[in-house]
Design a protein around this ligand. Sequence first.
Ligand code: BT5
Length: 230
Amino acid sequence: MRPPLEIVAVTGSTNADLREREHAPHGTALLADRQTAGKGRLGRVWESPPGANIQLSVVLRPALPIARVPMLCLATAVAVAEVCGEIYRIKWPNDVLAPDGRKVAGILAEMETLGGEIDRVIMGVGINVAAAPPLPTAASLLEIDGLSRDRDELARELVGGILSGTSRVGADPESVLEDWRARSSTIGAAVRVGEVSGVATGIDAEGALWVLDDRGQRHRILAGDVEMIG
Ligand code: BT5
């Protein structure tokens, strides 16, 4: 049985909270109405404006090698895009965007290891369900599609989707990649990642993005921020 979803009104960061609970079992999930110190990737900040938004973290304890962590993130991105709705797309590696390119959701995975294997991954997801911060690059689901959602219901659905999606990473990684590709706005698009610009041609089993540049050279990119230039 999966532990019930725990909901708190305000906290610093749900990821930080679950990291402190060293023995929390697989599937432990914490949802906050607001975060005062929400974390993005690479030291960036995740803003959670007041409103019925999702600030959620889930503890994963898969028996997988460390090289599979990017795949856990891809599987989570698919689960996030699925609860958001059909029109939302994933930008590599795991932003979820509205059709106009504004960001509606982000994912932060924090890992701890033990003897070369994953001990636990705290998978954090922020979704602007009904309110977005005042950034030109951000939007809420409500402002994009006009649908009002039951936030707690959506969060429970999301936890289920994350657990079932990430559980396929070990046994059937190809199906995770297929789902990710089907949801992605990056594959086939003209992109710039750091120094490299060209056409994104695919992702591989380690979650790396392949880009073909104008000179016909192929680049394998393991981390970075994709800018769409098409
Ligand atoms: C992410 O980082 O997109 C990961 C966000 C993860 C947030 C969740 S909430 C629950 C859990 N607990 C935490 O403390 N964090 C996780 P990144 O790709 O680095 O994007 C961050 C950038 O997105 C910022 O620098 C802003 O430009 C922008 N941003 C900040 N808040 C946003 C929001 N609510 N909606 C859209 N964009 C936002």
